[in-house]
Design a protein around this ligand. Sequence first.
Ligand code: PHE
Length: 342
Amino acid sequence: MDDLKSRYLGMIANAADEAALEDVRVAALGKKGEISLKMRELGGMSPEERMTAGPALNALKDEINSALAAKKMALGDAALDERLRTEWLDVTLPARGRRQGTLHPISQVTEEVTAIFAEMGFAVAEGPRVESDWYNFDALNIPGHHPARAEMDTFYMRRAQGDNRPPAVLRTHTSPVQIRTMEKQGAPIRVICPGSVYRADYDQTHTPMFHQVEGLEEFVKSYFEVDHVDLRFRASHFPFTEPSAEVDIRCSWEGGTLKVGEGDDWLEILGSGMVHPKVLANAGVDPDEWQGFAFGLGIDRIAMLKYGIPDLRAFFDSDLRWLRHYGFSALDVPTLHAGLSR
Ligand code: PHE
């Protein structure tokens, strides 16, 4: 018994790590461990022998168990000390870069346009994107039979069966916001109405959703100042303005790249005109007292032009590579005092 005790306590004291300690435990107290086997021999002893051997073996077992536990704790502490000594963290290292989202060019250009017009005294007005045919067409002097309805490639909303009202539409332009604003505010008005509009059209310079900013003012002398870019004012026709003009910007498409201010091509960027007296009357503004000047500018188009983005369709593909390339830093908001010119 004394021999067993000194042998195992010695082995425990010498165990170099937790694995070695476990080997000692198995050798002594495992199923086939030396002490376990001794305990099993108790059954074959005489009652007298058992009286002394039993308690002695149990005491030995307890002593070995507590020696194992104490050693285990000591080894654990030593391992932790060793880790704390060798492992360390350099808190002065620079942090790993985190990718930030970017502002879409449409958001950026809408902000720029809004900042420029705000400086000229324009307020911002908004209207719904699902519009009644009255606001999108009739009030703008485009009655039911008018060819302009077909030309607009309109998306119509479905009505429930048996509902015979004319279908609502996805607004084809921001001009209905003119009407809504005149109704609400009367004249005089100086507003711009930015937002998305919808037409069934798709090629390099057309997408089924695009963006316009509508401008409406009592009278504007000069509403568009661009240096070093040729603008072409072209007599045009809109049912809701008389007379009407469209404005094109000189550009070139050479090699599939869009360049502004050179070449022999023209890209339409806005429609404009004096608001038709019928439209004023439709919105409750007296045409004998007031006249209006309105324009509708394609935000997507001027974004392409300003930032050299060759294909409008990519604007709405949500391709991360495109967004990272053409997107703007969220902190890079356009302000007039930061150099945005007018
Ligand atoms: N609403 C017209 C369009 O979408 C543009 C426009 C607006 C024309 C205001 C004249 C006046 O094409």
